[in-house]
Design a protein around this ligand. Structure first.
Ligand code: FAD
Length: 391
């Protein structure tokens, strides 16, 4: 592992720091990188992404011709780290930037590129990811939403679930079954679906935090132009797997490390404020947490090194996902122990410390071991693919 920045990377980072000083107003800086969305925060985040796009600090991995920089993974991690450090607003268009854009760039037609890439970059259009269904989450290949060709349109019917940001999304990157006779994975296609049309109903799902950040989405005879298929009909599985691989790897590991190291320093500050920092049991748990956060950083560095050398990372990303998401939950449990009975006060209670964010982050952390692949699935991958155990 090489932990030092190269001269070029240092120059790039210093340029970015200067740009952030000039372009990120103090009032836009957030109090936590994962603040819950409100209408006001969403609006600000859209403006912020448009500004980042002006400076070409989003979609960094995209080709220069489409507004990117052809950046290396190390440069992208640098940008994420600096944005976190500067307390920049959360990126609102990440589904488009990290999933849909790369899929269109790799598999899309020129017309799809011309139509969609720039609005994704500038957040003038937001996207959601329509993959999971009530009977198809871990076993995504079992999805049943149908798209049937009728003249020059696909007619889509079915239901998606847990669709984040569908309530505000302009477009959906949808996986649907276009061939029921083909083998399970071979019959799936990826469609670009305009969310603002008849036949689509978005029903919010209220989470235990009280917010509704994801939804059920119902499609009833929705007509999608034939040319909105990405790649060829039947390529959907291959494209989706490529997209999901984007969700992981060193980018994810460093981003997650950024969040949890922020949480740990907040927690240490809280323990000090409460005069609990001399408690030997708490000190031991905090030291363990610090070590684990450091391990997370090293896991990220390891996969960054592998990626930089062009080595496959493959199933090792499951180790990072499993370790990081369970660490996140342990940290939040520890926070609740430090708060004691006060942890019962939520964001709606004016007496709550830090406006109740502690409780909200603790509740939300239950999702960490579910989204992007559950812990059980990660353990299956590790057992089978890394340890060579039988299925
Ligand atoms: C916050 C959040 C945001 C999300 N956003 C989106 C989104 O925008 N778009 C989208 O498409 N999806 C989204 N998801 C859905 C997510 O991808 C699924 O929740 C996840 O893939 C698990 O699928 P499931 O919920 O259907 O659980 P299931 O697959 O039904 O699993 C239920 C339980 O069974 C266990 N299990 C299943 N199969 C096995 C097995 N083979 N071996 C051992 N145990 C097993 C699981 O670990 C789990 O505990 C989101 C989820 C969350 C929590």
């Amino acid at each position: 592992m090489d932990f030092d920045l190269t001269d070029d990377e240092r120059r790039f980072r210093d340029e970015l720091r200067g740009w952030l000083d000039r372009n990120l107003p103090e009032a836009w800086r957030s109090r936590h990188p994962k603040e819950p969305w409100t209408d006001e925060r969403r609006e600000l985040a859209r403006r912020w992404q448009a500004k980042l796009a002006e400076g070409r600090y989003v979609a960094l991995d995209w080709p220069v011709a489409w507004g990117g920089r052809d950046a290396t993974v190390a440069e992208r991690i640098l940008v994420n780290t600096e944005l976190l450090r500067a307390r920049a607003p959360r990126l609102i268009g990440h589904v488009g930037l990290d999933l849909v854009g790369p899929a269109i760039i790799e598999h899309g037609t020129d017309e799809q590129k011309r139509r969609h890439l720039e609005p994704i970059r500038t957040a003038s259009e937001l996207w959601c990811q329509g993959f999971s269904e009530p009977g198809a989450g871990s076993d995504l290949g079992g999805l049943r939403t149908r798209a049937v060709l009728d003249g020059d349109h696909w007619v889509v019917s079915g239901q998606k679930v847990w669709t984040s940001v569908a309530e505000v999304a302009d477009w959906c990157f949808l996986l649907a079954r276009t061939d029921v006779d083909a083998k399970k994975h071979a019959g799936i296609s990826a469609l670009l679906v305009d969310m603002k049309q008849p036949g689509i109903e978005v029903r919010p799902l209220r989470q235990m935090t009280g917010e509704a950040e994801f939804n059920e989405v119902f499609f009833d005879q929705v007509r999608v132009p034939r040319e909105n298929v990405v790649g060829k009909p039947g390529d959907g599985w291959k494209i989706a797997m490529g997209i999901l691989a984007h969700e992981r790897g060193p980018m994810w590991a460093f981003m997650f490390h950024g969040y949890i190291s922020e949480d740990l320093s907040n927690l240490v500050a809280l323990a000090k404020r409460r005069g609990l920092d001399a408690d030997p049991r708490l000190r031991e748990r905090l030291a363990r947490a610090w070590t684990d956060v450091e391990v997370m950083r090293l896991l990220g560095s390891r996969s960054l090194t592998a990626e930089t050398r062009g080595e496959p990372i493959g199933p090792k990303t499951s180790l990072e996902k499993l370790f990081g998401s369970e660490l996140s939950q342990r940290l939040r449990e520890l926070t609740m122990d430090v708060l004691g009975a006060e942890g019962l006060l939520g964001m709606d209670d004016p007496r709550a410390d830090w406006e109740g964010r502690w409780q909200r982050f603790w509740l939300f952390s239950r999702a960490d071991t579910i989204m992007g692949g559950t812990s059980e699935i990660q353990r299956q991958v590790i057992a089978h693919q890394l340890l060579g155990l039988p299925r």
